[in-house]
Design a protein around this ligand. Structure first.
Ligand SMILES: Cc1cc2nc3c(=O)[nH]c(=O)nc-3n(C[C@H](O)[C@H](O)[C@H](O)COP(=O)(O)O)c2cc1C
Length: 204
């Protein structure tokens, strides 16, 4: 594999502020990106994240004022809402099913179930833990989009409760973790600014 291709994609990816509304993402590219999301890792394999893909322009326009009026919201081609399941991942019916699908022997399955139940009990916030998993999914979405020349913007700048109400998301069961807007850039990207490697990494 040419590693430069991957680094080039990471340099190509930037937080795109406005998309070219005339350019559409093909169904084939959308499927590729969504598959990268589906294959993202998750803690204990609980797959906390579900996605709502908004193509409808009217819905995007209605969401824009609830998202700090950011131009990405209605100029993007696809607006992906990453929804963190917190009720389901804490329900024994769900997590037992998720462990049983691995096809392990009964003792190992019971060990996992017990370990997981204990882990949940010690978590400060299941909501926050579930949302963290969505960020990993978002990273796949953005990086795999970049690999095929599609631009993105991660978005945390929105009024969570209002957007949840607008999209009929029951926050007793799920929360929106973040949004990712996808499309093709309207303008050239600005220079990438990062700390030096020595300020980011310590090797011992
Ligand atoms: C979780 C998260 C939320 C973000 N929310 C927004 C946002 O609401 N609006 C925006 O324009 N950029 C948003 N950004 C983009 C960052 O500002 C951007 O990634 C950072 O400045 C680095 O620039 P680059 O991504 O272009 O390299 C967000 C980034 C992340 C990771």
């Amino acid at each position: 594999m040419d590693k430069n291709l991957l680094i080039d994609a990471l340099n190509f990816r930037h937080a795109c502020k406005i998309f070219d509304e005339t350019k559409k993402i093909s169904d084939d590219d959308m499927s590729f990106i969504l598959e990268s999301a589906r294959l993202a890792p998750s803690s204990f394999g609980m797959e906390h994240c579900r996605l709502l893909v908004i193509k409808n322009q009217e819905v995007k326009k209605e969401l824009k004022p609830l998202c700090w009026n950011q131009n990405q919201i209605d100029s993007c081609n696809l607006l992906i809402v990453l929804i963190a399941k917190h009720k389901e991942v804490s329900s024994p019916e769900y997590y037992e099913k998720m462990f049983r699908r691995r096809g392990l022997d009964e003792d190992s399955t019971k060990m996992y179930i017990e370990k997981y139940a204990n882990y949940l009990e010690n978590l400060k916030s299941i909501k926050c833990w579930s949302e963290k998993q969505c960020y990993i999914t978002a990273s796949n979405i953005m990086n795999y989009s970049a690999l095929i020349g599609i631009d993105s913007c991660p978005i945390e700048g929105f009024e969570k409760e209002k957007v949840e109400i607008k999209l009929s998301i029951d926050n007793k069961k799920e929360n929106i973790a973040m949004l990712v807007a996808l499309g093709y850039r309207a303008n050239a990207q600005s220079q990438k600014i990062r700390l030096d490697m020595k300020d980011v990494v310590t090797i011992i």
